[in-house]
Design a protein around this ligand. Structure first.
Ligand code: AMP
Length: 128
């Protein structure tokens, strides 16, 4: 999928719309989700034009890759959730319900989040 420069996270990176910033380094940025789905809900994004993790892994240079992962760690520290725990989640494509087509990691925390997915494990016969 081609990158769309009009997506909301691209506009945040360019400073065209505000965000509630948590952490920033040269190549990555984190901010609070506008519609939190847990008591703590942050997003960590690369500043570069990447739709997905595959896109990022193929195109981002070493500094961009390091900064994204540094920003994830620093954001968890800034949010104070490293001891209580958090879930790091990336939705990719239609099956995962990705709404914003700019790579982002959700950090969800602040309560017992339960098992991985609603509904629990699939029966073994249904697994792909
Ligand atoms: P996803 O379904 O993984 O693409 O998630 C996109 C997330 O971006 C959702 O949790 C939205 O609430 C969040 N979001 C959309 N617009 C904004 C915004 N302007 N500032 C912060 N978060 C946003």
């Amino acid at each position: 999928m081609a990158y769309d420069d009009g997506n909301v996270f691209a506009r945040i990176v360019r400073g065209e719309i505000p965000c509630n910033r948590i952490h920033e380094n040269e190549h990555a940025l984190s901010f609070h989700d506008i519609a939190p789905q847990a008591p703590v809900h942050a997003l960590v994004i690369p500043k570069g034009r990447y739709v997905s993790m595959a896109d990022f892994a193929a195109g981002a240079n070493a500094e961009e890759q390091a900064d994204l992962f540094r920003a994830i760690g620093a954001t968890a520290v800034a949010l104070g959730v490293t001891e209580s725990g958090y879930r790091l989640l990336t939705n990719t494509g239609p099956d995962a319900h990705q709404e914003v087509m700019h790579l982002h990691f959700h950090i969800l925390a602040g309560k017992r989040l339960g098992p991985m997915l609603t509904g629990g494990p699939m029966p073994p016969s249904s697994a792909p």
